[in-house]
Design a protein around this ligand. Structure first.
Ligand SMILES: Nc1ncnc2c1ncn2[C@@H]1O[C@H](COP(=O)(O)OP(=O)(O)OP(=O)(O)O)[C@@H](O)[C@H]1O
Ligand SMILES: [Mg+2]
Length: 362
């Protein structure tokens, strides 16, 4: 079984240096508020995805007053061990795998997949569209390398196109020629992105249906409805319709960088009609569905439950774990183990984190 055996941190978030060993089953990270529980699981997530699930900027990960941070993980991979080192400085980041620098981060991505359940998941229901696009990009990217390429190309071309729009000059004919070349290129990548997002959401819906139903004792049906800014077939027409607007606003007003999706429960928009408990249930169901989907494509999956598990009653805890336990290593953070089920505790390693736990070098 693939699992993280040990992690070492240097100047990551609140940690100066820190090392911890994990078991292939459930690892429960327990401690008071602000001792570094989320930071620890964030570091695990970063090892897989080369980026944080919550930081908007990599430099947030570096311990205040320092130049760089290093996360080192030892993984058990089919009887062998792999050593992965992610180093992040203000100038960039790189991955070392078994003492060799990876040519690019996107080449490394996919070594393992990680799914994190966290309080921010509620943003999937009622956050800004940007958080839903990030959800699509990160998770489609985990299972589909081609999507990563489309996405990188799209961003690059979009940036160039916006630059041209910003600096439209005297030579209108010349600018128009460049603009139409970039528009063609952008449409081609946009088409692929929209098609892949459509496919992913369709697949996710298949998994989501059962999860939501199961957790809510068959009273709720959840669904994700993709609302692309422009459909794949309509891109050319839309680019022409918006050409003048683009020139006036000096930016690209159409395309998947403006996409969104809507989550519904029993066909009503969850952000408007669902109770807080229902919103939490549907957000959790989306992630459980995602775990299934990713598991279909990748054998190496780590599951992280940051601050969401202790909130469930014992019955729901057992149900959620039943849904997640398909040969995965699991990390759970919580402020107290008092409300965790006996069954869960029996299968777990409990790791206590204290503020200023000097014995661990913090
Ligand atoms: N770059 C950084 N440098 C130094 N300290 C940081 C940095 N980023 C975050 N911290 C601090 O790290 C501490 C631990 O944060 P973390 O979110 O890991 O706590 P937590 O144990 O998950 O708490 P909670 O139970 O409230 O969720 C916080 O005090 C936070 O302010
Ligand atoms: Mg936390």
């Amino acid at each position: 079984m693939f699992y993280l055996k040990e992690i070492s941190l240097k100047d990551f978030r609140c940690y100066r240096t820190y090392t911890e060993k994990f078991i292939p089953a459930i690892n429960i990270i327990v401690g008071d508020n602000a001792v570094g529980k989320t930071s620890l699981v964030e570091a695990i997530y970063c090892l897989g995805l080369t980026r944080s699930h919550k930081a908007t900027n990599d430099s947030e990960l570096i311990r205040e007053g320092n130049e760089y941070t290093i996360i080192k993980g030892f993984f058990n991979n089919e009887e062998e061990d792999d050593e992965i080192i992610l180093s992040i400085s203000n100038n960039g980041k790189r991955i070392n795998k078994n003492n060799k620098i990876e040519a690019s981060l996107s080449k490394y991505l996919g070594y393992f997949s990680a799914i994190i359940f966290c309080p921010e998941d509620l943003n999937l229901i009622n956050g800004a569209p940007m958080s839903r696009r990030k959800f699509l990009d990160v998770n489609i990217g985990q299972i589909n390398k081609q999507y990563l390429k489309y996405s990188i190309n799209y961003k690059k071309i979009l940036k160039q196109r916006n630059e041209v729009l910003k600096h439209l000059g005297e030579n209108e004919k010349f600018d128009d020629r460049i603009l139409s070349i970039l528009t063609e290129a952008l449409i081609s990548e946009a088409k692929s992105i929209i098609i892949e997002r459509e496919k992913f959401i369709n697949e996710l819906n298949k998994h989501l249906y059962g999860k939501c139903n199961y957790i809510s004792s068959e009273s709720e049906n959840g669904k994700i409805i993709y609302t692309p800014n422009c459909s794949a077939d309509n891109l050319k027409k839309e680019s022409e319709n918006k050409k003048i607007l683009d020139k006036i606003t000096k930016t690209t007003n159409w395309g998947p960088h403006r996409d969104d999706f809507v989550v519904t429960i029993n066909d009503r928009e969850a952000s408007k009609f669902a109770s807080q408990g229902q919103q939490k249930t549907i957000a959790l169901s989306i992630k459980l569905g995602l775990a299934d989907l990713i598991k279909e494509k990748s054998k190496k999956v780590l599951v992280i439950l940051d601050d969401v598990f202790g909130e469930l009653d014992v019955n729901r805890q057992n149900r959620v774990l039943d849904l997640l336990k398909f040969d995965n290593q699991i990390f759970i953070t919580t402020t107290t183990i008092d409300n965790l089920s006996e069954k869960v505790l029996k299968e777990s390693k409990v790791i206590h984190i204290d503020k200023g736990g000097e014995e661990n070098g913090r």
